[in-house]
Design a binder for this molecule. Structure first.
Ligand SMILES: Cc1ncc(COP(=O)(O)O)c(C=O)c1O
Length: 459
């Protein structure tokens, strides 16, 4: 009899992974995580990792929150599934919609549900198109996104990304997409330019872009309040305050992709509050259920909702929806997560513990490889450079960020490298003591990276 295959063998044999080099995977195999406890993940060998990324910026309440597990269990027993098409509803989804809109407040007045951040963003764009069609302006449909943005991986969401790797090998059309400059002060500001001047220049560039394209063809501007995957880019002070009037002048909707930022990550309930954004449409996912169930939401303002409603009466309904839109189990878990965020004052906790993490990471700013330490709340990044004075990056082939990430993993800490920017975004429940442990492990990984960099051949 052949012995049963291990999880590792089965995975190599049958699993095509997300964002993974298949040949490398065949050689190294998966890291098999078996269970979680608080902010820690434990692999099949029993090794513990402090999860400095909340998995994919999502597991906000840690890995064994009994209230979320109970909420799922209760709902599974009561009603495991029922759909939300053609006006059908169930208590969990209407309670969640009410609670979400209560937490977010006006002008948002209605919530549409889906399963992922990508779907939430696609819904937002389809709503922007439908809104303009409803107002008799079907040609007003271009979407402005920014270099460095990440909005997901379904076709339109990937096209909205401002990261070249997201487009390579697919050849999809990006005709209706316009790209604005990344608000990355460290990399994009001119010598001597203040943050305020940089923000004004970006707003002027946006105005120029819309005018060059003809405002009658531009529907919406989509932006993460703080860019995540692009490398934790906090916009320069005053950026959204300056962008907003430009968009208003040209009747362009503002979509806040809050998939990472919402639910306290930036030190406010919404990332939009942290950066002064005031969006017409908000997309949410990830921490909406603390990642215990797949669920996302697109919140629309009353103005957008009314156009959609009136259009339905005239030409036809908004023909959009997913089998699992407003799934009862996901909705019940999200409702419980919202209650926990409120009852435990997660936002207040993030402010305190986030400041502790910020100060700790800032100490690395003096280290030889560190060009910039930046972030807000519990999302931070350390950017590695070859030359601190000129900000020159390392050659990509050295993979220094990946080296640090792998070194951290060997020490028992998960962080994430995008190029040579290393991101830290732990679960929102992390304690000060756990932050101290995270900093010690990061320090050890940085030291190992410094020794490695010293052995690299000169450029
Ligand atoms: C800002 C942002 N938007 C959208 C997405 C896509 O979410 P999903 O992977 O759930 O489709 C992500 C995922 O990381 C994200 O960071």
């Amino acid at each position: 009899m052949t012995p049963p295959r291990s999880a590792r063998e089965r995975d190599i044999a049958h699993h095509l992974h997300a964002f993974t080099d298949p040949a490398a995977h065949e050689r190294t195999g998966p890291l098999v995580i078996e269970r979680g406890e608080g902010v820690y993940l434990i692999d099949e060998q029993g090794r513990r990792y402090l999860d400095g990324m909340a998995s994919l910026w999502c597991c906000a309440l840690g890995y064994n929150e009994p209230r979320l597990i109970e909420a799922a269990h209760r709902q599974l027993k009561q009603l495991p599934y029922s759909h939300t098409f053609r006006g059908r509803s169930h208590p969990a989804v209407s309670l969640l919609a009410e609670a979400l809109l209560g937490a977010v407040g006006p002008p948002q007045s209605k919530a549409f549900f889906a399963n992922s951040g990508s779907e939430a963003n696609e819904t937002a764009v389809k709503l922007a198109w439908f809104y303009n069609a409803a107002r008799g302006r079907p040609e007003k449909r271009k979407i402005i996104t920014r270099e460095g943005a990440y909005h997901g991986t379904t076709v339109l969401a990937a096209a909205l990304c401002g990261l070249p790797a997201m487009h390579e090998g697919f050849g999809f059309s990006t005709d209706c997409i316009l790209r604005a400059r990344c608000p990355h002060y460290y990399r994009e500001a001119r010598p001597g330019e203040s943050e305020a001047q940089f923000a004004s220049r970006l707003a002027q560039e946006l105005d120029d872009l819309i005018l060059a394209q003809d405002p009658a063809t531009v529907a919406a501007f989509i932006a993460e309040p703080v860019m995540g995957v692009g490398g934790v880019i906090v916009p320069p002070a005053g950026y959204f305050e300056k962008i907003r009037p430009v968009l208003q002048r040209h009747d362009v909707l503002l979509i806040a992709d809050e998939v990472i930022c919402a639910f306290g990550r930036t030190g406010n309930f919404l990332g939009s509050e942290t950066v002064g954004m005031r969006p017409d449409i908000i997309t949410l996912a990830k921490a909406l259920s603390s990642a215990y169930m797949p669920i996302s939401a697109t919140l629309v303002s009353e103005r957008v909702y009314r156009a959609v409603r009136d259009e339905a009466g005239r030409r036809g309904i908004f023909s959009h929806g997913l089998t699992y839109s407003g799934h009862p189990v996901a909705a019940a878990v999200a409702l419980e997560a919202l209650a926990i965020y409120r009852e435990r004052d997660i936002v207040g906790h993030v402010r305190t513990v986030g400041e502790h993490l910020r100060q700790g990471l800032q100490q690395f700013a003096a280290r030889p490889l560190v060009g910039e330490v930046r972030g807000v709340g519990l999302m931070h990044a350390v950017e590695l450079v070859a030359d601190k004075s000129t900000r020159e990056p390392f050659a990509g082939k050295h993979g220094l960020g990946a080296f640090l990430m792998d070194s951290a993993e060997r020490q028992g800490l998960f962080v994430r490298a995008v190029g040579d920017t290393v991101i830290v975004a732990p679960p929102l429940i992390i304690t000060k003591q756990e932050v101290d442990q995270l900093l010690r492990l990061f320090d050890a990984a940085l030291r190992e990276t410094e020794s490695h960099a010293a052995r690299l051949p000169p450029a």
